[in-house]
Design a protein around this ligand. Structure first.
Ligand code: GDG
Length: 497
């Protein structure tokens, strides 16, 4: 890498638990952490700053203030004893914040407000309603938590020559500007992992939020996205909302005498690590169970793997499947929809409500079409990555019909691990669509008739065409492996420095 790197993300690469009096390290979950952990060996002696997510993290943090803990990041992460070396290893600095401020920051502003605005999820006739409570959550929660993390980042870069600061996601839009003030010599990138809306979408936030959040981000040298569309939207917002002059050909703008670039770096998966993970005994056991339950005698399997996030569009996926069974009764008893869904952010009301809607939609399809020996929807609410990998391997069709999605790593993982030449149904609003449109079947997120037609076309597609599309998609994913995702950013940042 050549430069000292300081990373910041809300969730860290590891988390600690205590069982039977023993402290145990577990790998962090989620798309970003999965991606960054896979390339930790490329990061040299990086410091990764993150929030505390368990009581045991807080205990670890308190014992190792302020220098952080050394963690080995092999498949089974563990704490390194003083002086012990291992590769890949990182220093992790947990930041504990006041629980009430964290609640306001996380469950009122970051999720749902910013997430919903950026994914275009609000029904604007009724939501959002910005109340005095929202404003205090913004000031006392989001702003205060950003200031706290920015102080830790500034402390971590203090005394380092030419540090490289890589900030991540919608939790920390104010951090770039705060770090720039305290460490003017740092080169700062901020990666936004979720969509960036057009100005009308961003204007759903009142000026006191939208202007400050944008100005905060413009403290970075590079604001990075998964797609060029999101990068353009971001520049357009800065031009529209802050009157910043944009150089469209170079994808950058002038702000307070500096240049700020908006660039696209599509994230990907660690193909080698993923293929190895898919060969674990637990995955093979799940595969055998899935085959026994749903395959054989020419039966087919539609799969989806998601967090139960409203942006993922699970309910419309079940509506489309119902439509398919109605239009093509010959498929009844012949095709099953297996959905492995990880309950997510259940402390946020909108997410708890959406999980209930998912259950109701699956139950409605099952109530209408089940017959002896066959239930159309097999809904698994679980966190089980081995099961997810097994489902990818056995799927005939993978449904990614997201309302909006920054990238969607599930689509990329499935085409790599498929053993039945899966046909990918891919929303035109998923970031992955910029790369995978050709080998996938494009679906429109709101049109359940079209989604049902795409399911039918996928189930009936000749084997040779399925193979051609699946192979082409896997080639694209392998060609843009996640180590290249990081390397392209590091090269560009080196150029800026
Ligand atoms: C955000 C953006 C962007 C699946 N089941 C389990 C499990 N998974 C893993 C998958 C995959 C990851 O979770 C999900 O990644 P996605 O990219 O599909 O979606 P988000 O979580 O919404 O990620 C997204 C991403 O950040 C990266 O920038 O692509 O657009 O929304 O890797 O395999 N992991 C565990 N248990 C499971 O049951 N631990």
């Amino acid at each position: 890498v050549g430069a000292p790197v300081v990373l910041l993300s809300h969730r860290g690469p590891v988390s600690f638990e205590r069982a039977d009096g023993q402290r145990r390290a577990v790998r962090g979950t989620g798309g970003l952490v999965t991606a960054l952990t896979g390339i930790a060996q490329n990061l040299g002696d990086a410091v990764w700053i993150c929030g505390v997510s368990t009581e045991e993290d807080a205990a670890v943090a308190a014992e190792h203030q302020p220098e952080g803990v050394r963690v080995s990041l092999t498949a089974e992460p563990r704490l390194l004893a003083g002086g012990e070396a291992d590769r890949p290893a990182l220093t992790v600095r947990f930041v504990a914040v006041d629980p009430e401020r964290h609640r306001q920051f996380y469950t009122e502003i970051a999720n749902p407000l910013l997430w919903f605005v950026q994914h275009g999820l609000y029904p604007l006739a009724s939501a959002p309603v910005i109340t005095p409570q929202t404003w205090s959550a913004f000031e006392d929660g989001y702003v205060a938590v950003n200031e706290r993390f920015a102080a830790v980042v500034a402390d971590a870069v203090a005394g380092r020559d030419d540090p490289l600061v890589m900030l991540h996601d919608y939790h920390f839009y104010l951090v770039p500007e705060l770090v720039r003030r305290r460490a003017p010599g740092a080169t700062i990138s901020h990666f936004v992992h979720i969509p960036w809306p057009e100005p009308d979408g961003w204007r759903v936030l009142p000026p006191g939020m939208r202007d400050r959040l944008l100005a905060g981000l413009l403290g970075a040298d590079v604001v990075a996205f998964h797609t060029d569309r999101f990068a353009r939207n971001f520049l357009y917002c800065a031009e529209d909302v802050l009157d910043a002059p944009v150089d469209w050909a170079r994808r950058r703008l002038s702000w307070q005498g500096r240049q700020v670039a908006a660039r696209a770096y599509p994230i990907s998966v660690d193909a080698v690590g993923l293929t190895a993970a898919a060969d674990a005994p637990a995955v093979h056991e799940h595969r055998a169970a899935i085959r026994a339950a749903h395959l054989g005698d020419g039966r087919q399997l539609i799969v989806r793997v998601d967090r139960t996030d409203p942006s993922k569009n699970v309910v419309r996926g079940f509506l489309a499947f119902g439509e398919l069974l109605e239009e093509h009764p010959e498929l009844q008893g012949r095709v099953t929809f297996l959905a492995s869904l990880m309950p997510s952010r259940q402390d946020v009301a909108e997410y708890a409500d959406y999980l209930a809607e998912i259950g109701a939609a699956a139950t409605a399809v099952n109530a209408r079409y089940s017959r002896r020996g066959w239930q159309p929807v097999d809904l698994r609410l679980q966190e089980d990555r081995s099961f997810a990998l097994a489902a990818y391997a056995e799927a005939d069709v993978l449904v990614v019909n997201a309302v909006n999605d920054g990238m969607n790593l599930v689509a990329k993982e499935a085409v790599l691990l498929s053993e039945r030449d899966v046909v990918l149904l891919l929303s035109e609003n998923a970031g992955a669509h910029e790369e995978l449109a050709e080998p996938a079947l494009t679906v429109h997120p709101y049109d359940v008739v079209q989604q049902a037609a795409a399911m039918y076309a996928a189930l009936r597609m000749p084997a040779a065409e399925r193979r051609r599309r699946r192979t082409a998609a896997a080639e694209i994913v392998r060609g843009g492996d996640v180590s290249r995702w990081l390397q392209r950013q590091l090269d560009d940042l080196a150029g800026l420095r």
